[in-house]
Each structure stands twice: as structure tokens, then as C-alpha cells.
Design a protein around this ligand. Structure first.
Ligand code: BV8
Length: 248
């Protein structure tokens, strides 16, 4: 993959960079993207229908089992070269924010430090009523298990469609988007809001926007640079072009 020289130079000299990642960045770790056809017994379900409070209300057992299946996939997944390259770039940029829509925790596992998880984290479980985190050893048996304090169903600590994003996360993400010189959008279909509005906030404040995606998205026509390829190839290439000494 050819990384344009101006892109490499802009990244090398940048003081502040914000990155938005979507499930395409975890695809090469074996975590299906959000719109991938689900496999196995989940084939007949549309994630958009299951990742909602209404679905949990209607069939808590089904939704809990879907997340258990995804949690197992995530548990077996390892960070891929895209996650690793982003962690390396962060070390070389004075002001770096990694904003992720992914709920798999792989960025932190790869060593990224300043991470904003807009849509929560599938590895954390909360009480569906009080919102407090409940550790697995304290689950009260059941499918879904129940809260040891109030007896309500437990649920994954993720943001469902129709639910508000954690205020601290989205405001920090928006601040980083407005302050950055470079905004990199990688592995996201750029259709889920309010996350998808972040590259436009960056653009409005004069940032250069780089998109990394094998396919076109609504952002592609607006991006200053487009690396049309897999994140696992394109992001390490971009890092090596910007920071030749980087051992990736
Ligand atoms: C909210 C957690 C309001 C759960 C997820 C306008 C403004 C505000 C809201 C809306 C709006 N319009 C519509 C809405 C509602 C809705 C929305 O955006 N709907 C869309 C579908 C139109 N938004 C919401 O409901 C949000 N909440 O706005 O609440 C509110 C306010 C106050 C008070 C109360 C309520 C909540 C959105 C969060 C939903 N939760 N995840 C879970 O994971 O189970 S979102 C879910 O989809 C994933 O987290 C994922 O991040 C997201 C988007 O998917 P992508 O990550 O982009 O993945 P996708 O599969 O779509 O695409 C993968 C991409 O990767 C593709 O482009 C592909 O080409 C590419 N790719 C593939 N392989 C690779 C690759 N790229 C690189 N390398 C590869 N190898």
C-alpha cells in the first residue's frame, strides 16, 4: 500500500491527533464487524435488533446469550497490527486521543493509553437497574444472572441503540476532535451517531481527515486522504512511513 508522502509528513509533524476506530479495526483479530453476517445460531438475528433496550426487555435470556457468545469471541481475540501500530503512534504524538466505538477492549490490551470507549466494554457487566459494575464472582445464578444487591437482571456495560453515550466519553472525544490537526477514521462504516459526527467536527476546526477502510463510506468523499485497504496493513504502513525508525 502506497502512503502519500504529504500524509506521512503531516503525521510526523503533528502535535495533536485524534483517531476514531470501528469494528473493522478488530476484524483482523477475528472479531466479526458489527454488520458482518452473524455466524452459527446467531445467523438469523440482526445485531441492530438485539443491541437495544427493547430486545433486552422482551427477551433478556436471548440478549444475554448473544453477548456471552460475543464475549467468548472477544476473550479469544488478540490485538492485531492495527491496534499495535496505533499504540506506537500514540508514543510519538504529544497530544493523542484514541476514540473507539468497539466494545472489545483490544486497544488497551495493545498498549494504547488515552482511550475513550464511546460504546462501553463488553467485558464489563452492570446491574440493569442501578448501573453499578458487578464482578462475575458476585453474579446471582441465572440467564441473565441477577444483581446481588437488588435482584435485577445484569446486562453488558455497552451502549445500546437509543441509549445515551457516557457523557464524559463523548465530550472528551468531541473536544479531541475539535482540537486535533489530524483526524484518522479507521474501520468504521461512519453511519452510527453521534460517533460518526466526530470527523466533521474535526474538519470544521481545520483538521486533515484520513480514512482507512477497504470500502467506501459516507465520509470517503470528504476525507483529505483515503487509504483503501485493511487496517492491519494500512495503519502499520502509515506509521512506518511517518516514523521510519518505528520497529513495526
Ligand atoms: C443515541 C454497542 C440518543 C453495542 C453500538 C443522529 C444523532 C444521534 C443519534 C442518532 C442519529 N441518527 C440515528 C440515531 C440513532 C442511532 C444511530 O446512529 N443509528 C444509526 C444506525 C443510524 N444512535 C444511537 O442510538 C446512539 N444513541 O444517539 O442516543 C439519546 C440521547 C440522549 C438520551 C437518550 C438517547 C447509540 C449508538 C451506539 C450503539 N451501540 N455498539 C454492541 O456492540 O453490542 S454501535 C455498533 O455499531 C458498534 O459499536 C459499532 O461501533 C457501530 C458501528 O459499526 P462499525 O463499528 O462502523 O462497524 P460496521 O460493521 O458498521 O462497519 C465496519 C466497517 O469496517 C465497514 O465500513 C467495513 O468496510 C470496514 N472494515 C471491514 N474490515 C476491515 C474494515 N476496515 C478496516 N480494516 C478491515 N480489515
Amino acid at each position: 500500500m502506497e502512503v502519500p508522502v504529504p500524509l506521512a509528513e503531516t503525521l510526523r509533524n503533528a502535535r495533536s491527533v485524534a483517531v476514531l476506530t470501528g469494528s473493522g479495526v478488530s476484524a483482523e483479530s477475528g472479531v466479526p464487524t458489527f454488520r458482518d453476517a452473524q455466524t452459527g445460531l446467531w445467523e438469523r438475528y440482526d445485531p441492530m435488533d438485539l443491541a437495544t433496550p427493547e430486545a433486552f426487555e422482551r427477551d433478556p435470556k436471548l440478549v444475554w446469550e448473544w453477548y456471552e457468545w460475543r464475549r467468548k469471541l472477544v476473550g479469544e481475540a488478540k490485538p492485531n497490527p492495527a491496534h499495535e501500530a496505533l499504540a506506537e503512534i500514540e508514543k510519538r504524538i504529544p497530544d493523542f486521543t484514541l476514540i473507539t466505538q468497539n466494545v472489545d477492549g483490544l486497544h488497551r490490551e495493545a498498549g494504547s493509553r488515552n482511550v475513550r470507549e464511546l460504546h462501553g466494554n463488553i467485558r464489563r457487566t452492570i446491574c440493569s437497574k442501578e448501573g453499578i459494575v458487578v464482578m462475575p464472582e458476585n453474579f446471582v445464578e441465572g440467564t441473565p444472572p441477577r444483581c446481588p444487591k437488588c435482584g435485577s437482571f445484569l446486562r453488558p456495560d455497552v451502549v445500546w441503540f437509543g441509549e445515551a453515550l457516557p457523557a464524559a466519553e463523548i465530550s472528551a472525544a468531541s473536544e479531541a476532535a475539535r482540537a486535533c490537526e489530524i483526524f484518522i477514521s479507521a474501520g468504521t462504516s461512519s453511519v452510527v451517531y453521534p460517533a460518526a459526527s466526530l470527523p466533521y467536527e474535526a474538519m470544521e476546526n481545520g483538521a486533515s481527515v484520513i480514512e482507512v477502510n477497504p470500502d467506501e463510506t459516507p465520509l470517503t468523499a470528504r476525507a483529505d486522504f483515503v487509504l483503501s485497504g485493511n487496517a492491519g496493513d494500512a495503519i502499520p504502513e502509515m506509521a512506518r512511513a511517518a516514523f521510519p525508525g518505528m520497529g513495526l
